[in-house]
Design a protein around this ligand. Structure first.
Ligand code: SF4
Length: 719
């Protein structure tokens, strides 16, 4: 029988059917109609069934023995070991001595249960998740400006109706290929704008040759100096205001703070901006005029501004997203049908993963953990005294680098035990030398995973968990659409769901708090906990999602505050969910990257993805066909830079930053700036780009500056 579910990887959550594969115990994948993918899949989706039968699947708990090796043990021994060691650590060092690190690929039910487990069983504030690495700057900026962080506050399919779509730091054609079809009509109208230092596959869709910034028939490719996207936005906003292209009525009725923003962009006239960001003043003016002409206020079909990790993973990521929102507000876009601002969520459940209590500062329903009303509401659902719910914990980078750290007069001690669920931090975190060193200081590392990731191989206890097609649950797509994940095959070996593992640990810890293991029951509790919050799921249940799928189409856009509520595809139409119902404009300014180029590190290093791999590559590097196409890291660099440095195409390069060294093969490309090199981040070992990246973080969101640092590079044989 066919099972209708969704791809295990990215936040596009392409619809697929899983059918029994003839002559095997596995399944075969076929795409199905779902609004985001409209029948398409990328290579990762097509090959995803291979994940279910990967030869090195972890099928039994593993415990590190006195010989230093991981050995198979039974569930009872593994869980008893964890319980005993955590209790001893907490008895000696306090509740805060245990930390939890979650993932944006966990189902909503798992993410919710993980937050509840950390706060009611472990009683620790120290929980955060890998979404801090990818969505936190957009979340911080949109919560502050618009009162709500829902990546796209409109259906993805709306994009196709616009005159102009600006993609800032997003390479959709490589990360989410089926999404590109929604941009095709915009491209045909000449309205696709891509801001990226590389002429990525997405930038190439603009039709502009060689990454220049001249007139293109299908759009504009803007190639700023890495780390200066904010300047592009400040300058375009300057032009919109200076040329009186703004929407005065909208600003008066729906926003606050315009005067402060007007003053803040006044110094960024295009000729000055050009000297910083390298984008010709004429291009900046052209962008402003294109956007204004597309705005509904001037009779256009509409315009969208969309940010991705390219501009967000920066020490000024929150400021850059804020500037993007400011620009959209002066043009009167958010809340207008056919227009708006959105952030393109990357991880499979990067949206739901940040709504249900995995974040250091949040409770379920996207509520602040410091809000007394939110604490009281969630405490009542959990059946605990609200005073026992810990306050905010440390954000991801601070948490990971503090692990095992002894207390000194200057800094508090770090956690001595860590649970990792659905993350591979020794590949995905910035400056991984520092993170690996911190993990080695721990007294106990527990990793739940279904493959022996690089992080699992460092653990004291590894717990085998079910994966996507083996489990029931819900995910929330990049549009804020709550959808069903369905089970098509039996779990492999002795793998168990995290819901069972956490409930069993809670029982062994003597917790009186109830932990359900049935995903539908966990969802019902999650929905109650979210009631009245920004991300309100209280009108939903698995049964409603299943029953309505055939009748009305797939999923519901949150908020869904009642059982008969139709969902909210476009939440800003009448008002913004802020105290006064208005969007808040916030002035920001450019201060540049933390690790800027200098004589001993004269080249910008930017990171990103390739089509074949997802996140740290722990899953996709195990799929033979994907690995055959992209088996190792490479360094994309311009032939002019390569020639100057004596680097041949295909030769091995040594890259060196103040954090470490990496080795990868050169790939000449005229698509990148001559002052910049690119490396994908899916690889481990000497080809791991995160040996090089900076762990400087955005002061508001805590997001690390993956996207730009300064590097030296030379042929591998040179000293
Ligand atoms: Fe779709 Fe993303 Fe899966 Fe590719 S990886 S098939 S774009 S959900």
């Amino acid at each position: 029988m066919s099972t209708a579910t969704h791809c295990p990887y990215c936040a596009l959550q392409c619809g697929m059917n899983l059918d029994p594969a003839e002559g095997t115990t596995g399944v075969s994948v076929t795409p199905r109609q779902f609004p985001t993918n409209a029948g398409g899949l990328c290579q990762k989706g097509w090959t995803s069934a291979e994940l279910l039968r990967t030869p090195d699947r972890i099928t039994t708990p593993l415990l590190r023995g006195r010989d230093g090796e991981l050995h198979p043990v039974g569930w009872d021994e593994a869980l008893a070991t964890i319980t005993d060691r955590v209790q001893r650590i907490q008895a000696e060092h306090g509740h805060d001595a245990v930390a939890v690190f979650g993932g944006g690929g966990l189902t909503n039910e798992k993410a919710y249960t993980l937050g509840k487990f950390a706060r009611t069983v472990l009683r620790t504030p120290n929980i955060d998740y890998n979404g801090r690495f990818c969505m936190s700057s957009a979340a911080a900026a949109t919560n502050r400006a618009l009162g709500m962080d829902r990546g796209l506050p409109f259906p993805l399919t709306d994009l196709s109706g616009a005159d102009v779509v600006v993609l800032l730091g997003s390479n959709l054609a490589e990360t989410m290929p089926p999404a590109v079809q929604h941009l095709a009509p915009v491209r045909d109208r000449g309205g696709l704008v891509v801001v990226d230092p590389r002429r990525s596959r997405t930038a190439a869709l603009t039709g502009e040759p060689g990454g220049t910034q001249g007139e293109g028939s299908q759009g504009v490719h803007v190639q700023p100096v890495p780390g200066t996207d904010l300047v592009v936005l400040l300058a375009v906003t300057h032009v919109v205001i200076a040329e009186n292209l703004l929407d005065q009525d909208y600003l008066a009725e729906r926003t606050t703070g315009f005067e402060e923003v007007r003053r803040s962009v006044a110094p960024w006239w295009p000729e000055r901006a050009e000297t910083v960001c390298g984008v010709p003043a004429g291009t900046l003016r052209r962008l402003a005029r294109m956007l204004a002409a597309a705005s509904p206020a001037r009779g256009g079909r509409g315009a969208y501004l969309l940010t991705g990790r390219g501009v967000e993973q920066s020490t000024q990521g929150t400021a850059t997203v804020t500037a993007t929102i400011n620009l959209s507000l002066v043009l009167g876009l958010p809340g207008r049908t056919g227009s708006g601002y959105g952030a393109i969520t990357g991880q499979g459940n990067g949206q739901g993963g940040r709504e249900h209590g995995q974040k250091a500062d949040q409770l379920p329903g996207y509520r602040s953990i410091t809000d007394p009303a939110a604490r009281a509401h969630v405490a009542a659902v959990w059946g605990v005294d609200e005073a026992t719910i810990p306050g905010p914990g440390r954000p991801a980078v601070e948490l990971l680098t503090s692990l095992g750290r002894p207390a000194t007069d200057e800094v508090p001690g770090g956690p001595r035990a860590l649970f990792v669920h659905g993350a591979n931090v020794v590949v995905s975190a910035p400056n991984v030398h520092r993170v690996a060193e911190a993990l080695r200081r721990l007294d106990l590392l527990v990793v739940c995973d279904f493959v022996p990731s690089e992080t699992a191989l460092l653990a004291d206890v590894v717990l085998p968990v079910t994966q996507w097609a083996e489990e029931e649950g819900t995910m929330t797509s990049l549009e804020g659409r709550v959808i069903r994940r369905r089970r098509a095959v039996d779990p492999s070996g002795r793998a168990r769901s995290e819901l069972w593992i956490l409930a069993e640990l809670a029982r062994r810890f003597g917790s009186v708090v109830r932990f359900d293991t049935d995903p539908a029951e966990v969802f019902d509790e999650l929905a109650r906990a979210s009631a009245g919050g920004v991300a309100d799921y209280s009108g939903l249940s698995h049964a409603r999602l299943d029953a309505d799928e055939a009748a009305k189409g797939p999923g519901y856009f949150w908020p869904v505050p009642a059982g008969d509520h139709p969902g909210t595809p476009r939440p800003f139409q009448d008002r913004f969910p802020s105290v006064d119902g208005r969007a808040r404009m916030v002035p920001v300014d450019h201060y540049g990257p933390a690790d800027d180029v200098r004589p001993d590190a004269p080249v910008y290093l930017v990171t990103g993805r390739v089509l074949q791999h997802y996140q740290s590559g722990a899953q996709t590097r195990r799929v033979a066909e994907l690995n055959r196409i992209a088996a190792e890291a490479h360094v994309e660099l311009h032939p002019l830079l390569a020639t100057r440095l004596g680097i041949d195409d295909g030769s091995l390069i040594r890259l060196r930053t103040s954090r470490g060294e990496a080795l990868a093969r050169a790939r000449w490309s005229e698509s990148i700036r001559t002052d910049t090199v690119f490396m994908p981040f899916h690889f481990s070992g000497t080809g791991s780009v995160n040996l090089l990246t900076s762990d400087a973080t955005d002061p508001i969101s805590g997001m690390p500056e993956f996207k730009v640092c300064a590097t030296d590079l030379r042929p591998a044989g040179a000293v």
